[in-house]
Design a protein. Structure first.
Length: 104
């Protein structure tokens, strides 16, 4: 009987701790999952830019907040500006792209 009480108590404690972990938010009101999703989007956009032969991925900075990607940096041509935006839009989870790329 005492063993079952301990198990029930531990299960309850685990449930409480899990609910706290799930409900934790950042100062911007975002969950840990939201932050991870944005980091994943940033990584995938950056990897796609680096893999593209037309765009100099090293010259493009990528930031993501709530699925919105912001591209900054300098590239050689308007074609590269458009290509970088197209690549960013193609990544799953991207809701909007703000293209602030400049031409050198």
């Amino acid at each position: 009987m005492e063993r079952n009480s301990v198990r029930v108590g531990l299960a309850f404690l685990l449930a409480v701790l899990l609910s706290f972990a799930v409900s934790c938010t950042t100062p911007a009101g975002r969950s840990a999952g939201d932050v991870v999703d944005d980091a994943t989007i940033t990584t995938e956009v950056k990897a796609a830019l680096l893999a593209d032969k037309e765009v100099s991925g090293l010259a493009v900075s990528v930031q993501t907040f709530k699925g919105e990607v912001v591209l900054t940096g300098a590239v050689d041509s308007q074609t590269q500006v458009k290509r970088a935006e197209k690549i960013a839009r193609s990544v799953k989870g991207v809701s909007k792209v703000k293209n602030l790329l400049k031409i050198k």
